[in-house]
Write a protein that binds this ligand. Sequence first.
Ligand code: FE2
Ligand code: FE2
Length: 311
Amino acid sequence: MTASEYRSRFTEWDQRSWVRSKPHRDSPFTTGRHYFSADLCPLSACPRVLAAPAGVRAAILVHSLYLHLEFTVQLEMGPVNEICALLRSPGFLPWLPAAMKDDVLRIYTDEAGHAEMSNTLKSAVVAETGVVPIEHRPRFLTELAALYSAELPAYRPLVKLFFAIVSETLITGTLTKLPKDPAVQPAVRELARDHAADEGRHHAFFRQLFELLWPRMPLPLRRKIGALLPRVIHAFLWPDEPALTSVLRSMPGEFDDPVRIVAEMSASARNRDAVLRNATPTLRMLRDNGVFEDPSVSRAFLDAGLLGRAG
Ligand SMILES: [Fe+2]
Ligand SMILES: [Fe+2]
């Protein structure tokens, strides 16, 4: 693709964006509905969790919602909007079409809205349920910091850029499946639906950005970044093991070995399948653009268990 072929998905942004045209979803909470989908909670299928009382399992779903909402707030306000701001600056990728530099401000605005809507829902659920969120730093931030510090300063903006491209092209089960789960609170499902609608437009933007950028990068740089991408994908999709361990620890008397329960969950086929399934949109984009044709890059994906659907 060439810069003149950019197709904006933001021409009707005023009418379609959540922050520009839709209200806060404040459907009342209903007794008997869950706060998150058990199918999307990595702990829910663990035998020790399945054997726990219904109230404990319900509280784990409340924590799962908190983790998802906090992940969203910190991702949108952090790396994604930092990259939007960088993309807007005239000196960064100056060959980008002017229409993309305009659209990136719309994404920036959307993401600030998503952070706010997520934070507001989190506060409402805390007030409703009395379940106190655990204190944690989302795992993806730790991973980004590790990737960042391993690189020379000159490469760091590029690492963060690909971090944003990966996160914006992953449309996870959380956003697509939550709205369809009738067991989940309407307010949670409505937020996920509104967020997913905006993210569909962001996906189209970042996919086009990738298709413009990748062929312009010299081969050694493509190889270097390509080999980092499996770790970037896992940073977003692998369950947040430290946070989930803290969730189980917050229920004293219920789980005698939280570390082992989380380790078994991580090693399960269900988890590996979920990661691969959620990675599919990004893997498809990479495959369509020939990324796996480089043997050193495809080897990195294979080693990470991410080439099943891509190759
Ligand atoms: Fe978002
Ligand atoms: Fe987004």
